[in-house]
Design a protein around this ligand. Structure first.
Ligand code: MLT
Length: 321
């Protein structure tokens, strides 16, 4: 019987589908060392963004024939080594794009409407609304860095608010799509930061995009720029972003994906995780929850589980011949 390790939480409907294909073992929240010690028994694993499926992980799993990623990003996988070992990596690239795009728009609204300082002020008994004047989205220049699945859906929603959408993507075809859909193309990241009032990051995290928001590029930003990052923390050089927040070059940051990621399964007070953004008055931090909607999680879990079952059935047919 095929043994499938589930290493990060997925929607129950996906687990139910996987049970048709084999024995499902729940190892959610286990420490890495404990998982590594069991991996010799795994034929397939399911994970999300926290598990580092690196060389050490893959070498600890001699039976491993399939990796399922319940989501989009694959920056936590050693893809060349998986390919070398002929282990397919299944993802669900569009499964959470709508949820993520909606979350980006929420962050943009929160920054433009000054929602967090308003909530904090009112909680402290301060009702001086004149100190909290916001901006209308209508006519606001919103820059999107990246026009993939999420950037594109965010643009569609922002157009509904009457925003002027500016786009930079390093892929020419993506730029053409953006233009065809009514966005203003911007030739470089620096120009995007200079021309926008809010910039939302939707780039894939890889060796080329790592630290793309850095000290040099931030010098081009329009003073008082707001930044939204629901993509990956590693797109930004944190100390440079913090310096820009302190100098006023950046007016605020809403971020969903810290680098390194916090311990998502730990009880408050039971861990020593900390990050400078958690203490900055103009930063709003979310726990990598842009994709955490019931709809997206169910869609992703069922799609992934069905795809995994299809591959597993293929192995079983081969073995039966
Ligand atoms: C993704 O890459 O799919 C999202 O960041 C959500 C996740 O990592 O689970």
């Amino acid at each position: 019987m095929v043994t499938i390790f589930v290493l990060e939480s997925i929607h129950q409907s996906g687990i139910d589908v996987l049970r048709d294909a084999g024995k499902v073992e729940n190892m959610i929240g286990w420490p890495r060392e404990r998982i590594l010690a069991q991996l010799h028994r795994a034929d397939a694993v399911v994970c999300k963004s926290v598990t580092h499926v690196d060389r050490e992980f893959i070498d600890a799993a001699p039976r491993l024939k399939l990796v399922g990623r319940a989501g989009t990003g694959t920056d936590n996988f050693d893809k060349p080594y998986l390919a070398q070992k002929n282990i397919p990596l299944l993802t669900v690239p569009r499964g959470n794009s709508v949820s993520a795009a909606e979350f980006a728009v929420m962050c943009i609204l929160m920054l433009a409407k000054r929602a967090v300082p308003a909530i904090d002020a009112v909680r402290a008994g301060d009702f001086r609304r004149d100190l909290l004047e916001g901006r209308e989205l209508q006519g606001l220049r919103v820059g999107l860095l990246g026009y993939g699945n999420v950037g594109r859906l965010a643009a569609e929603r922002l157009r509904g608010f009457g925003c002027k959408v500016l786009v930079h993507d390093s892929v020419a075809q993506k730029m053409q799509e953006a233009v065809a859909e009514g966005a203003t193309p911007v030739a470089s990241v620096a120009e995007l930061l200079a021309a926008s009032e809010i910039v939302s990051l939707h780039a894939t995290y890889n060796d080329q995009s790592k630290g793309i928001i850095n000290r040099e590029i931030l010098q081009h930003a329009r003073p008082g720029l707001w930044l939204v990052n629901i993509a990956r923390g590693g797109l930004m050089v944190d100390q440079d972003v913090l310096a820009a927040l302190d100098s006023g070059r950046l007016a605020g940051l809403a971020i969903d994906t810290l680098a390194p990621e916090p311990p998502f399964n730990a009880e408050p007070g039971s861990h020593g995780y900390d990050h400078p953004y958690l203490h900055h008055p103009r930063v709003v931090v979310f726990p990598h929850m842009a994709a955490s909607t019931d709809e997206a999680q169910e869609r992703i879990a069922v799609t992934l589980a069905r795809d995994m079952c299809g591959l597993i059935a293929g192995w079983q047919e081969e073995m039966a011949q």
